[in-house]
Each structure stands twice: as C-alpha cells, then as structure tokens.
Design a protein around this ligand. Structure first.
Ligand code: FMN
Length: 224
C-alpha cells in the first residue's frame, strides 16, 4: 500500500521492555486486525527510541536518543495511534509516560515549526491496550483517564480500550475475557468504529445505531 495516499495509517506503540510480553501481544493482535482491514500499520517499541526523560531545559539538552525520529516521522503523520502499556503501579509504564512528556520539546514553542507540530498532534484516533496482573477494572482506570484527557486536550477521538490480564510473557492469551480477540477487533475497526462524545447542543437522534432496535416482548398492560 502506498503510504502517501493514506488516511488510515495506524501507529502501534508498545511501552513494555518485553518484546514477547503481554502489551506486545495485544499490539500484535491489533496489528493483525488492522492489516486485514487494509490499514497501513507500524508497530514500534518505545524503548528503541526513548532513553531519557524531559530535561530541565525543555527545548535544549534533550537526551541523545531517537525520540525526535519517533515523534516527527512516525507519530505526527499517523492518523491513528494505539498505546499498548503494562500497568506499572496503577499507571502506564515510564516508557509510555515519557513518550507524552517528551512531546513538550516539540510543541511548546522553541522547537522548529511548533504550529505545524500542534496541527498534526490534533485530530487523531487514539486507542489504548493495557496488560496487568490484577483482573479488576480499576487497576487500569488511571491510564484510561490519562489517555482520555490527552485526547480531549488534542481534539482527538479515544475510540477504544482493551484490558487483558497476565503476568508471565504472553499469558494474556489465557485470559478468558479474550482480550487478544478484542484487540484484533479494535485494530480492524480503528478507523471505522463509531465515536461519539456529546455536548448539550449536539444535534442527535434518539438512536445510537442506524439499524432498528430489536423488538421487545410486550407485557400486556405495560406501556413500552
Ligand atoms: C514495576 C512493575 C509494576 C507493576 N505494577 C502492577 C500493578 O500495579 N497492578 C497490576 O495489576 N500489575 C502490575 N504489574 C504486573 C504487570 O502489569 C504485568 O505483568 C503485565 O502483564 C506486564 O506486561 P508486559 O508483559 O507487556 O510487560 C507490575 C509489573 C512491574 C514490573
């Protein structure tokens, strides 16, 4: 597929150091689904590009690593980005967090073309895949909230979220909630899945889906 004609370029960022870990398995499943749907998909491990944190001088003395390549050549041109991270202490991994923090050096004013950078940071489709040892939903909610706020800030659409449980490498495949299947579906639907986030004034019908709602069995005497 020609990358110049895309509006479905999906970048999958894995924030775990484990190449065969659970976040990577979720990312690979999403890639499989996205490829099958015809998207132009790239999967990268964040620690191949990020070796340090945001420095005191935020636009100078940045770590001598490949973050600029990651951000400018992969992140900015992407139409959709799926963040895959393990839960570390009920938050995202340091690799994933550093990805967001380090973007400051590019959009905040002193770097080259900050307005162009901000334009391309906005309006993406975003997704999240999280792996944790604990199974309860709250273990990952801090990360969901953080990505939701990032989406709001950048005028992006947070279109989907998958949470799988596992501890040993690849163990997420044994989660009976089938998070790998959910990740594959998320990848397949990344650019087509319905997204809505209403405001008071949003024009809308009373239905969410176009197909008619399934008929309900009527109980005599009970108005429907
Ligand atoms: C430093 C560290 C902190 C962790 N903190 C949590 C935690 O707070 N809650 C949890 O459910 N799992 C926690 N885990 C377990 C990982 O989330 C789990 O093993 C996950 O499947 C790892 O994903 P990966 O294979 O992609 O690295 C932690 C693991 C590490 C190494």
């Amino acid at each position: 597929m020609n990358s110049n004609q895309q509006s479905n370029r999906l970048l999958i960022l894995v924030g775990s150091p484990r190449r065969n870990g659970n976040s990577a398995a979720l990312g690979e499943a999403a890639r499989h689904g996205a490829d099958a749907a015809g998207s132009f998909t790239t999967l990268l491990f964040l620690d191949d590009y990020i070796q340090g944190f945001l420095p005191d001088l935020r636009h100078a003395d940045v770590p001598a690593d490949r973050y600029a390549e990651l951000f400018l050549e992969h992140f900015l041109p992407a139409d959709g980005v799926l963040i895959c991270t393990p839960v570390y202490w009920y938050g995202m991994s340091a690799q994933a967090k550093a990805f967001f923090d380090r973007s400051f050096s590019h959009y905040a004013g002193a770097g080259p073309e900050p307005e162009r950078v901000k334009t391309h940071m906005a309006g993406k489709r975003l997704g999240l895949a999280v792996a944790s040892e604990e199974t309860y939903p709250g273990a990952a909610l801090g990360i969901v909230h953080q990505v939701q706020e990032y989406a709001r800030y950048t005028h992006s659409d947070f279109v989907g979220y998958v949470h799988g449980a596992g501890n040993r490498r690849g163990e997420v495949a044994l989660d009976p909630r089938r998070p790998l299947a959910a990740a594959e579906t998320l990848g397949a639907e990344f650019f087509t899945r319905k997204y809505s986030d209403y405001r008071l004034e949003t024009p809308r019908s009373h239905s969410v889906w176009e197909a008619p709602a399934p008929a309900r069995a009527e109980t005599p005497g009970v108005p429907t």
